[in-house]
Design a protein around this ligand. Structure first.
Ligand code: SF4
Length: 382
């Protein structure tokens, strides 16, 4: 049986080479050929001895993901749909900007977290992606984009693990993929430019701090437990009084001196001035008076099953102003690629739902919520 070398970080490749009777430096050469030069065939690897290339041909392969479709937005954003087998397909998005190129990578086929405002969550969950399937998205994008954009140098400078799936629920495959991104023999990205986004798996946040601290973004979306229970159901298991101390602790190891909180602005649900005041109180309470986070306000990208609406621009402005007046750096994220459904929260590949998330979410939509939740009457009918 052949192994796919995209699954191995440099440590794994060294062990593989050892099994073939080869020295460690051969693993470095192989790793550089695959990730820096985008080689797919062992015969391209001209500085490897012919005997080793023949050995590799019988024991290994470099099998990238199959591209099902590519869509290019008027703003230059590119979205790919990749086939990952068994009827599942995942999406990856490249977002070009003047000073950077960001790739948004999927980590699971679907997602079991069931966040109310997320198109992926409404599709259900099929399976975790492998390390090779995660790094395969970066491998493909980098080596496709260089000739496509007529560039000789590196195109992707930033990676965000914010595509389909909850990255920390796929922790054991995620960490080797992150190491490959950071490795100077691989993609050589700075820790500050690789971001893991989580809905709040507290124990895994602690583990990531110890094992592979990169920039951290947390999907917050609500200033209190009652509302967050509704929007991000994981909150029922890991409420704010667990999540926020884990975020503060992460800062001791993080490459940046702040955590980014993602906040999807939902009309009449979480976007009032009272919600903004409550958020400021929360941030001060856990930061002992210090500002330790940034807010990224995201305009909701509506999809029919959600029953939710995007906040009005004036409301978003007022909300952002209140946070900024309290000294909290706040940005309103520009929507990119919404003409090709590549904007935040819109990613939805093809997922064979094996966990009945879709059914569960449909049942939740029927529930009448506790008055304690600060929803208006329009939202309660969702
Ligand atoms: S927001 Fe993230 S964690 Fe929540 S359902 Fe969507 S993909 Fe999953």
């Amino acid at each position: 049986m052949t192994v796919n070398l995209l699954d191995y970080d440099l440590g794994g490749l060294a062990v593989f080479c050892e099994h073939l009777g080869e020295k460690h430096f051969r693993a470095v050469q192989l790793f550089r050929w695959i990730h820096q030069k985008g080689a797919r065939q062992f015969d391209e690897m001209t500085d490897l001895a012919k005997a080793l290339r023949e050995k590799l041909k019988t024991s290994a392969c470099i099998t990238p993901l199959r591209v099902v479709s590519q869509h290019v937005s008027v703003d230059g954003t590119i979205k790919w749909l990749f086939d990952v087998g068994d009827g599942n397909a995942v999406e990856t998005v490249f977002i070009p900007e003047d000073d950077r190129g960001t790739l948004c990578i999927s980590t699971q086929a679907g997602c079991a977290m069931g966040c109310r405002f997320c198109a992926t969550g409404h599709q259900g969950f099929s399976r975790n992606l492998t390390t090779g399937e995660m790094i395969g998205q970066l491998w493909f994008a980098e080596h496709f984009l260089r000739p496509y954009l007529k560039r000789d140098d590196r195109v992707i400078s930033n990676v965000v693990m914010m595509g389909m799936g909850e990255p920390l629920q796929n922790y054991s495959a995620l960490v080797p993929a992150l190491r490959m991104m950071l490795d100077d023999h691989g993609y050589g990205l700075s820790r500050r430019r690789v971001t893991v986004s989580t809905s709040g798996l507290v124990k895994k946040i602690d583990l990531l701090a110890q094992e592979c601290p990169v920039a951290l973004a947390v999907s917050l979306h609500a200033p209190n437990n009652a509302l967050r229970d509704y929007l991000v159901p994981l909150n029922i298991k890991h409420p704010l009084e667990q999540l926020l101390p884990a975020c503060v602790n992460y800062l001791r190891y993080a490459p940046r001196d702040f955590i980014t909180f993602e906040y999807c602005m939902l009309d009449g649900v979480n976007d009032s001035i009272e919600h903004a005041r409550e958020l400021v109180g929360l941030i001060h309470e856990y930061g002992s008076g210090k500002i330790w986070c940034k807010f990224n306000l995201i305009g909701f990208n509506p999809f029919p099953e959600s029953g939710l609406r995007r906040s009005k621009p004036a409301q978003m402005f007022e909300f952002a102003k209140l946070l900024m007046d309290a000294g909290i750096t706040t940005t309103v994220r520009k929507t990119r690629g919404d003409d090709i459904d590549a904007a935040c929260g819109q990613l939805a590949g093809d997922v064979k739902d094996r966990t009945r998330v879709v059914e569960r979410m449909a049942r939740q939509r029927m529930v009448t919520f506790r008055p304690k939740c600060q929803f208006d009457s329009k939202t309660e009918k969702v």
